[in-house]
Design a protein around this ligand. Structure first.
Ligand code: NG6
Ligand code: CA
Length: 510
């Protein structure tokens, strides 16, 4: 029985591999724009059911494109999702790919094949604007923020970058354009520490009276712009960002990149910081929803999406530009600041019908909004295909005529036909990475191995999906993962457990 099940699973995967190349790839799109949200939940978007927050620009994208109902980030947190999306390798295969510190060194090393090197090789001008959180420079004390900071995105395939090095809640709170901190006064050098306090600037812990937004957990170190962060920073005063302006700055730089490159083929990775904490909308979005800052930054994010779509329209590029919009992980309500997100949530279901959220083993951790628009080639509609961002290197590679070998992108499957709506079949299996531990999807089945972790993260109030017994859910009948079928289906549990172990020990899934 067990062997039969394994054969079945392997048979199905083989079939999927064969059938994936049945369709010839269409001519490559003129441009590719990947819009990446941070912590945006499946249920945070109108096109996915949200009503308490209006997202007209994302809804337009969904109406004009293909809306995936089973589209995934590779992980329940930021750094590993981004690592997987750019390299085509599941992050859990490599040490040092967990949530990165603000002073982390470059996690993806020069020489690596990435989505950017692949598209660059195909003749695209490549740019990344927004949140990076994949480390830059040598890392730790070895990184000097006052000189050229490298390696970074420019050493792994991007021609241009304008970035927040890590996250909004981590120092250093400055922008990096190409190799340099923007607007740095050499007389006021930046120093950063994650080991202990440096300098004499006030911290959230010692001077809470100076805060305009208070932490709920963690986030009590150096105060920048009235908000205490993770980590300590001194100097660089003229270069520090103003949180209220971050979305505008990123949008301005993204639009400028498109304008600059409009006569070339271009790939823009537009990686906004919204809706991550600290949630600090520009004043014009304050009160845009009744949900406080978390709702208001969804509207701000949606505005940024609209600006990109408007730019493509204005430059007459929309028809032949492939736009992908998705999120790096699922939603979280309280992620470390007292910003009224919990109090003002009301009936809004950020995770849509799914259980869990950011950090979790449950489906809401990785199942995210996932929209593909390419008017010239992709028919509008909805798709049930199981697709994941880790597939972008191989799939988009095929689209632009680049063959990506299994060793280069070991978990990146060719799901191009599904991504373009030519096939209803995506992946047969997907490893979902929680903050600690893995889960496995095979078709409609979801398996979470037994583990000793806490059931709930008390700080964020997220159900993590850890349990001392294995869990098995049939998502076709039980989308909310309530009815554990593990005891009733031991063979399926054994087969899925064996497949998960095999995917781990093989070092690749293709
Ligand atoms: C956690 C932070 C959280 C957030 C997350 C990274 C604390 C207590 N919590 O460690 O606020 O920054 O890391 O989020 O510090 S992610 O979306 O970039 O992965
Ligand atoms: Ca995130």
């Amino acid at each position: 029985m067990f062997r039969k099940m394994m054969n079945l699973i392997i048979g199905i995967s083989l079939l999927a591999t064969l059938s994936s190349s049945l369709f010839a790839a269409p001519p490559a799109p003129r441009n590719i724009v990947l819009i990446y949200a941070d912590d945006l939940g499946y249920g945070d978007v109108g096109a996915y059911g949200a009503t308490a927050v209006k997202t007209p620009h994302m809804d337009r994208l969904a109406r004009e494109g293909l809306r995936f109902l089973d589209g995934h980030a590779a992980s329940a947190t930021c750094t590993p999702s981004r690592y997987a999306m750019l390299t085509g390798e599941y992050a859990w295969r490599q040490k040092g790919t967990g949530i990165a510190r603000g002073d982390a060194g470059a996690i993806i090393q020069p020489g690596r094949t990435t989505l950017a090197t692949i598209l660059k090789a195909a003749g695209y001008r490549t740019g990344v604007v927004g949140k990076w959180h994949l480390g830059m420079g040598p890392g730790g004390k070895a990184t000097d923020w006052n000189t050229d900071i490298k390696p970074g995105p420019l050493e792994i395939g991007f021609d241009y970058c304008f970035l927040m090095p890590a996250t909004g809640d981590r120092v250093p709170c400055v922008y990096v354009e190409n190799h340099r901190v923007v607007g740095l006064d050499p007389a006021d050098p930046i120093r950063v520490s994650f080991e202990g306090k440096i300098g004499n600037e006030p911290t959230g812990r010692a001077n809470p009276e100076l805060l305009k937004m208070h932490p709920s957990h963690g986030h009590d170190m150096t105060i920048i712009n009235g908000i205490s962060r993770i980590g300590y920073m001194t100097g660089g005063k003229a270069a520090r960002w103003v949180d209220e302006d971050i979305a505008d700055r990123f949008t301005e730089k993204a639009v400028a990149f498109i304008e600059r490159e409009r006569t070339n083929r271009f790939f823009l990775f537009f990686s906004l910081h919204d809706i991550h904490v600290p949630r600090v909308p520009h004043p014009r979005f304050v009160g845009a929803t009744g949900m406080g800052p978390r709702g208001d930054v969804i509207v701000e994010f949606d505005w940024c999406v609209g600006e990109i779509l408007k730019t493509l329209d204005r430059l007459d590029l929309a028809e032949d530009t492939l736009v992908i919009l998705t999120s790096d992980n699922g939603p979280v309500i309280d992620d470390g600041y007292r910003d009224d997100a919990v109090e003002k949530l009301g009936d809004h279901r950020a995770a849509g019908p799914f259980r869990g959220g950011k950090y979790s083993h449950f489906e809401a951790a990785t199942r995210v909004p996932f929209i593909v628009r390419w008017p010239k080639t992709v028919k509008p509609g909805a798709s049930d295909a199981l697709v994941c961002q880790v597939d972008f290197p191989t799939s988009l590679g095929r689209l632009v005529g680049q063959t990506v070998a299994a060793e280069q992108a070991p978990d990146s499957l060719d799901t191009l036909d599904a991504l373009l709506g030519k096939s209803a079949r995506g992946r047969e299996h997907l490893v979902e990475q929680a903050i600690h531990g893995l889960a496995l999807r095979v078709g409609e089945w979801k398996y979470i191995p037994a583990n000793n972790g806490p059931a709930v993260n008390r700080n964020t109030d997220t159900e993590l999906g850890n349990a001392s017994e294995p869990q098995l859910y049939n998502l076709a009948e039980d989308i909310g993962e309530r009815n554990n079928l593990a005891a009733a289906e031991p063979e399926r549990v054994a087969a899925m457990s064996a497949l998960l172990k095999k995917l781990q020990s093989d070092g690749r899934s293709r």
